[in-house]
Every structure is written in structure tokens, then in C-alpha cells.
Design a protein around this ligand. Structure first.
Ligand code: AMP
Ligand code: MG
Length: 363
């Protein structure tokens, strides 16, 4: 029920001029509602394109899943835990390669090799974890073994790890990789103007008529919109919320974003939003910025080539780059304290494998 409300609130705030045909469809994919808006095409063509993307998404959901049995990633994790290697499909390879680059760029704060820690906290479950907390000494000991994408070797399609604590969990950027692929698929099917919106994380293509795409930035604390922003075609918006999945014990909340350095859930920051033309990078950066928090986010954003970023800490203070502040319109009645950072440079980060990823097709 909540998911439906969320979708309505995060729906694209305004789409296009009515003169242009616009087709909207919502599908339940990845355990979330995904809204497609396709502009300037007849309905049959738009429907066919969405169905093709949906088929891709179903496969991603199975093969990229970190813990549901039956998919490729689960088999790979099992092999690595036994000290064995495994050949992977061209469909999983780009995740591993991009994951390596993004972990390194984030200084290790975005780390998709810490699946064992995420599992230890009970987040490898559809339900919110309950029951006893993990033993903190065990958690610290696991973190001290430094599972990292840097331990992983990829030779052709063969994947091995020199560290048996490496377990992949791509939950921190799979949506970004998936939406990048979705937009490429739409383009290849002749669609020129579209938005694909997975619960407030979204990729854009082309324009919304004569206007820019006007979209809401999620406020995970109250399932609403904290601000709106206008996106050019090709710009993507990702918000990482540290209040969405959590467990509670003795009045303390342990949320699902883990600091890889300690193995402990992050508690200082509740959300981070990033705009970037690469969805995978935006998604990974939003997760990394939550871990970095108010003290370190500026350095991490710069290292990842992010110019538009905004964080909300647990006191509700907003931290943002001047570039981001120049673009957002706050949509809340709450009184906000806003801390503006120094300007962030518009450095281009070469994601050496993104082109290969974009060209991967799934049939
Ligand atoms: P997101 O909503 O994109 O921030 O993704 C959150 C998910 O990423 C979690 O539910 C975990 O599956 C995973 N995750 C948690 N901590 C990290 C981290 N430090 N680096 C990468 N992925 C993480
Ligand atoms: Mg993320």
C-alpha cells in the first residue's frame, strides 16, 4: 500500500505540453513500481518498447539478486565463498566491472563486495529484520578482512576473488545500471523522449515538450518530496534513503547502508541525492555520500565527478553544493537549515566500462 502512495508522490511533477501524445504506464518491477512516460510516439510503439524493457528488468531481477536462490549472482557468491571461480554471463559482467571502478572512485565507501556484512545485519530478506542483533565483534572482524572489488579478478568471463569474504550485493547501484540500460533499449527502439521512474530514482531521455522534466526529490523521512528540480534530457536523479530499511533494538535504529570500514550501519545521514548523466554513477554516489556524511561528502562527490548533490543529516540539516542549490526548489513547509559547500568541479569521470555496459543487450 505504502509503495502505491510513494509512487503517486514521486510521480513526475509535470510532464509535457498536451499537444504531444504522451503515453504513461506503470509496472511492478524490482519490487517497486516503475513509471514510464513516453512522449511523441503512438501508443502501440510506446507499449512495445515498455514491454521489451520489462522483459530485461525481469531477467535483471533474477540474475542480479544478491540472495534469492536461482539467479546468477547467488551462484557466483556461493562459488567465491568456497574459494572457487565462476564464469559469468555478459549480462552480469558490466555490473562487476562498473562496481570495481565506482568502488575505487568512492574511496571504498561505495562497496558492492560487502554482501556478507549486509546479510549479517539481516537485510538479505524481503521483510525488515527482527530478532537479535549480530554480534558486533563478528561484524568488526568481518569488516577487518576488507572485502573489496579490488580483490576480484576478471579474466574474460572468469571471475575469481583472492578474498573469501567477498560477497556481491549490487543493491547500491543496480537500479542505476538497470535504468541506464532501459534508456538505451528505449533509444534503440526509436523512442526519443521518455522518463523511467523507479520510485523517485529516474533516468530521462530527450525533453518534456517545450519544458524540462520537472521531478520531485524524495524525502525518505516522511515519504514525501523535499524539493523539485528540472532535469535536461539525459540527466538522472537518484536518492539514497537510509530510513527506508532498518531494524530497531533498544530504541536504536540500525539502517541498511553500511560503512564498509567498520561494518556498522550509518546513522548520521538519512538521505543523499545526486544528479548525473550516468545513472549507475549517480546511484553509487548517492549511497557513498550517505556513508561519507556531512564531514566528508564534498571530497567524495569531487572524487566521483559529481557536481549536483544534496544530503540531509539526522537532525534535518541540508548540505548541498551551490550548483545543486541553484537548481532545486524546496517543496516543504519545514524550516530548513541549509549548509552550502564550496563549488564542485565539473570533472568528467571516465567509467571505462560504461560503453560496453550500454551495448549489452539481453534477449
Ligand atoms: P541505495 O538505496 O542505492 O543506497 O542502496 C542501498 C543498498 O545498497 C542496501 O540495501 C545494500 O543492499 C547496499 N549497500 C549498503 N551499504 C552499502 C555500501 N556501503 N556500498 C554499496 N552498497 C551498499
Ligand atoms: Mg545507490
Amino acid at each position: 500500500m505504502k509503495k502505491y502512495m510513494v509512487l503517486l508522490m514521486f510521480a513526475v511533477l509535470s510532464a509535457c505540453t498536451q499537444a504531444e501524445p504522451e503515453y504513461r504506464e506503470t509496472r511492478y518491477i524490482f519490487g517497486t513500481l516503475v513509471e514510464f512516460i513516453i512522449r511523441g510516439e503512438d501508443e502501440a510503439k510506446a507499449k512495445r518498447a515498455i514491454a521489451a524493457v520489462d522483459r530485461d528488468f525481469q531477467r535483471m531481477h533474477k540474475d542480479w539478486h544478491a540472495w534469492k536462490p536461482g539467479g546468477e549472482l547467488v551462484a557466483l557468491n556461493k562459488a567465491l565463498a568456497h574459494g572457487e571461480g565462476m564464469r559469468v554471463s555478459p549480462f552480469v559482467l558490466p555490473l562487476l566491472k562498473q562496481g570495481k571502478v565506482l568502488e575505487a572512485k568512492s574511496g571504498g565507501l561505495f562497496n558492492p563486495a560487502i554482501g556478507a556484512l549486509i546479510g549479517a545485519w539481516g537485510f538479505h530478506s524481503d521483510e525488515l529484520p527482527t530478532g537479535a542483533l549480530p554480534n558486533f565483534d563478528d561484524v568488526h572482524a568481518l569488516a577487518a578482512r576488507h572485502p573489496s572489488m579490488a580483490d576480484v579478478s576478471i579474466s574474460g568471463d572468469m571471475v575469481t576473488s583472492r578474498n573469501s569474504t567477498v560477497q556481491f550485493d549490487f543493491g547500491g547501484f543496480a537500479k542505476g545500471v538497470a535504468l541506464d540500460m532501459a534508456v538505451e533499449k528505449l533509444k534503440s527502439l526509436g523512442i526519443t523522449h521518455a522518463i523511467v521512474n523507479a520510485g523517485g530514482d529516474l533516468n530521462t531521455l530527450g525533453s518534456a515538450g517545450e519544458r524540462l522534466w520537472n521531478v520531485g526529490i524524495r524525502d525518505p523521512r516522511d515519504w514525501g518530496v523535499i524539493a523539485s528540480v528540472q532535469l535536461q534530457g539525459g540527466e538522472n536523479l537518484y536518492t539514497s534513503g537510509n530510513y527506508e530499511r532498518f531494524r530497531e533494538a533498544d530504541g536504536i535504529r540500525y539502517a541498511h547502508i553500511i560503512d564498509p570500514r567498520t561494518g556498522m550501519p550509518v546513522d548520521h545521514t538519512v538521505s543523499a541525492s545526486v544528479i548525473h548523466e550516468n545513472g549507475a554513477l549517480a546511484d553509487a554516489a548517492a549511497t557513498a555520500l550517505i556513508v561519507a556524511g556531512p564531514k566528508n561528502w564534498v571530497e567524495v562527490a569531487e572524487a566521483m565527478g559529481v557536481q549536483y548533490a544534496m544530503l540531509v543529516d539526522k537532525q534535518g540539516t541540508v548540505y548541498a553544493s551551490p550548483e545543486m542549490l541553484a537548481r532545486v526548489k524546496f517543496e516543504t513547509d519545514k524550516k530548513l537549515t541549509i549548509v552550502q559547500s564550496r563549488p564542485l568541479s565539473d570533472k568528467i569521470i571516465e567509467l571505462s566500462h560504461s560503453r560496453q555496459n550500454k551495448m549489452t543487450s539481453m534477449h
